[in-house]
Structure formats: C-alpha cells, structure tokens
Design a protein. Structure first.
Length: 248
C-alpha cells in the first residue's frame, strides 16, 4: 500500500498549487491535497487551527501519513502535528513556514494588521486583491511563468473566504509554538528557497530547537519554492521520507 502524503497550501492558494509537486511524487505516494478552509471549494469551512487539524485527520482516518505544508499551510501542519501526535503524523515537511510570533506585543500588532487587511479584502474583488497580493516584495523575483500561475490560482478564491481565513488562520491569531519545538520528536524537514532570506533564518532557528530536523535549501528559489522548483521540493519530500523509513 502506497504511503500517504498530505499537502497543505498557503494563504490565497488552493490545492492546485501543489499539482506539479504531487505529480512528481505520484509514483511513490498517495497524495491527498485538500483546499484549506476559506479557500477554493472549502471557502465556507470554519477557518481555525483546531478545525484544520480535524479536517486533515478526516482525509485519512485510518492511516498514518507524512504531513507537508507551505507558509500558512506549514503553520497549520505544525499545529496539527502536535494535536494529532506521532501515532498519526509520522513525518513533517515545512516549506517556507514558521512556528508563529513569540512576542505578545508583536503578535497583537500582527493580529490588528491582519484584521485591517481582512477588512480591505472585503472591499475588493478577487482580481484586485490577487494583483495586490502578488505584488509584495516576498514574490518580487518570481519567474513570470510562476507569477502568472500563482495569480491564476488566487482567482479560484473569494474575498469573503480569504478574509475569514486571515482572521482564523493568520499569524496574529496563532498560538506560537517556538517553546514546544523540542517536544516534536518525529523527523521534520525544513525546506526554504535560497532567495528567501527571512524564512531561511527562521528555519535555521527552528532546526536548532527541533530534536530531529533536516534543513534543505532549494537553489535559486524564493519563498514559494514548491511553485518555482516543484521537482526539487518533491525530491526533498521523498528523500526525507525514504530516509525516515530506512531508519525506522
């Protein structure tokens, strides 16, 4: 029976953002790629971290699995790993993700900024917001083909769904997990793009606290490494999972 792999997308994306990575992994894994609450076909699902953990478990209710997530999906994956435990989530792969904001004042500032952005999203149509979101410095160096694909994927969402997701799954409302990282004994692979300086630094700090971590830098890639080089991200997922199986 093929091993199960669950892939969680980032904010403003849908399950389609993992399509090329899932295709590269298809011969070896049964990949489950859902739309997360507030996004795509799940726009009306409740966007909260605990609801997402239950949603993830329901995808494979009788199986253990590797759980991978990008950015927002990575934060959800990390939270879900703690909620579901090692008897369910046997390996974690985090792409351009963080454990949240440790400082309470900074976290509250981010929560207020997320609320303001959610209110703004609700005043725009999806085309307007998709253009604004894609114009962030975080995505400035994406190749044109990647930027166009990301924009098309954002158009599968709705302003109401994205606003709800930001309020329920934003970094400002996430309980930080920095102090709990030493408890996470399952293998964790931290994947970051070479050009993504902010999240490379975060990943390095996480690797220092995690008992069983591997850091993989994708050459030439930015924040959305799975969009820019899906084959390399697929290879990182497969290599880490295969290594875990061999040592089990």
């Amino acid at each position: 029976m093929d091993p199960v792999l669950v892939l969680l997308h980032g904010f403003t994306q849908t399950r389609q953002s993992w399509r090329r990575t899932a295709q590269a992994l298809a011969p070896r894994y049964r990949a489950l790629v859902p739309d997360l609450p507030g996004h795509g076909q799940a726009e009306h699902r409740t966007p909260s971290f605990d609801a997402c953990a239950a949603y993830v478990r329901a995808l494979a209710p009788t199986r253990t699995f590797t759980l991978a997530g990008y950015s927002m999906g990575g934060r959800i994956a990390l939270h879900s790993a703690f909620v579901l435990g090692p008897s369910v989530v046997t390996r974690l792969v985090l792409v351009g993700a963080s454990p949240g904001i440790a400082d309470p004042a900074e976290r509250e500032k981010r929560r207020a900024a997320d609320e303001a952005l959610a209110e703004r999203i609700e005043t725009l149509d999806i085309e307007e917001f998709a253009r604004e979101w894609g114009a962030q410095p975080l995505f400035a160096d994406q190749p044109p083909r990647v930027a166009a694909g990301a924009h098309a994927d954002r158009l599968r969402n709705t302003p109401a769904g994205l606003a709800a997701a930001l309020r329920g799954l934003g970094t400002g409302v996430m309980a930080p997990l920095w102090d709990r990282l030493p408890e996470l004994t399952i293998p964790v692979t931290l994947v970051v793009g070479e050009r993504d300086a902010k999240f490379r630094a975060i990943a390095a700090r996480m690797a220092e606290r995690l008992p069983n971590a591997q850091l993989v830098v994708i050459p030439g890639a930015g924040h959305a490494a799975q969009l820019e080089d899906p084959a390399a991200v697929a290879a990182a997922i497969h290599q880490s999972t295969a290594s875990s199986s061999a040592s089990a």
